[in-house]
Structures are given as structure tokens and as C-alpha cells.
Design a protein around this ligand. Structure first.
Ligand code: CA
Length: 218
């Protein structure tokens, strides 16, 4: 899942960004409210972590504008303000959850998973087509009940494909789910990852549909 982090504090932002990366989630990081709106509007994010005290446009205004534009992306507010009125304001504006800084990374991850699950309308956290199974809550994957040893990028790619077995994903869609913006992506990067995923599973585990993209069979 691709996450947008909106945080103007460089130290806190770097810590959260690293933690997300370690957890196998692609995170893009912007540092003011206007950039947040632009990013959410143009990108496909699974979730937004939103600070309140921000330059240009504060987090409440960002959230208000997103919801007015009927953008339903899940939002978790992360802020040092712990006043009850602020929490109520955030939730009333359409935030999905609220976390007061400082918080433990583990708690942030658990909340991200919970919000993402609620948002996908499913309490069932396992994604599977019968052969490949991905467990987003602990970032593990297996093939025919055998655990797979995957890199972060391989995991993100497999997670993207297994989200909807039978659906064909284009190169652009997969690149967007696997890489952050600031990463340079080689033109054959996705092929390379698919190749190594097939080696770890089976060459028929991921199908290439010529000219369109890739899918995992239903
Ligand atoms: Ca701030």
C-alpha cells in the first residue's frame, strides 16, 4: 500500500518514513498542506498520515478540502495537539483515526492496518488465490503453504497483484504501487521483480498478458 506522509518536522518525518519503509510500505513524504492536496489529487494513495500544524495550509484545512472534493482516502491524523477539541474536530472533518505524538511505531503500524482493513470493507486480512497467500498484517507471503523469502519490493509487487486475482495490472500501475516518487525506476524494473518472484514461486504463478501487463490467476 502506498502511503502519503504529510509532516513538516524533518526529524519526525524521517523517523516515520524509515519505519514505513522497514514495514514494506512505499511512502511519499511532503512537508506542507498545499503539496498534500496536490499529491492526493494526482496520486493513488492507500492512506494519508496527516500532521495538523503545517506550513501553507494546516492539516484540518487539508482534510476539509479533501472531503469537500469527495476524496475518501483514509486519513490518520498525527499531531502533538492532544486537546480533546482537536480530536473531535479532526474526526468530525472525516479523519479515520487520530494519533498523538509521540507514539510508538508499532502502534502507528497497527492503526494503519486497522484503518486499511476497515476501509477495504473486509475484516479478513489474508489475500489469496489458493496458491499464493499474502498476510498484510505481518508482511508475510507463501506459495503452496511454503513461506516465501521476499525483498520489500517483491512483497509490494506480490501484494498489489494478489489484491485482485485475475485483474491485469499495467506496468505503470505496478510501478506506482512498488516505488516511491523519488526513486528512479529502470524501464525493466518490474520485469526483473516478476522474474525473481517467479523463481521463488513457479513460472506460472504470475501470468504475463502481452501488451497489457501482469496478473495472478484467480
Ligand atoms: Ca507540524
Amino acid at each position: 500500500m502506498r502511503i502519503l506522509l504529510v509532516e513538516d518536522d524533518l526529524q519526525i518525518g524521517a523517523a516515520i518514513s524509515n519505519a514505513l519503509d522497514d514495514a514494506g510500505m512505499a511512502a511519499d513524504w511532503v512537508k506542507d498542506g498545499s503539496a498534500a492536496i496536490a499529491s492526493v489529487t494526482s496520486g493513488s494513495f492507500g492512506l494519508v498520515l496527516l500532521d495538523i500544524g503545517l506550513p501553507k495550509k494546516d492539516g484540518f484545512s487539508v482534510l476539509k478540502q479533501l472531503r469537500q472534493n469527495r476524496n475518501a482516502v483514509p486519513v490518520i491524523i498525527i499531531t502533538a495537539r492532544d486537546a480533546v477539541e482537536d480530536r473531535i474536530a479532526g474526526l468530525d472533518l472525516g479523519a479515520d483515526d487520530y494519533l498523538v505524538k509521540p507514539f510508538k511505531v508499532d502502534e502507528l503500524m497497527a492503526r494503519i492496518r486497522a484503518v486499511a482493513r476497515r476501509h477495504s470493507g473486509s475484516a479478513q486480512p489474508l489475500l489469496s488465490n489458493g496458491e499464493i497467500t499474502v498476510n498484510p498484517s505481518n508482511k508475510t507471503a507463501d506459495y503452496q503453504q511454503e513461506a516465501l523469502d521476499l525483498t520489500g519490493k517483491e512483497y509490494r509487487l506480490l501484494h498489489a497483484l494478489i489484491s485482485t486475482p485475475g485483474r491485469i495490472y499495467s506496468r505503470e500501475e505496478l510501478e506506482e504501487k512498488v516505488y516511491g516518487w523519488d526513486e528512479e525506476v529502470n524501464s525493466n524494473a518490474i520485469e526483473f521483480l516478476i522474474h525473481s518472484l517467479r523463481k521463488k514461486t513457479h513460472k506460472k504463478a504470475i501470468k504475463n498478458v502481452r501488451g497489457l501487463g501482469w496478473m495472478v490467476p484467480k
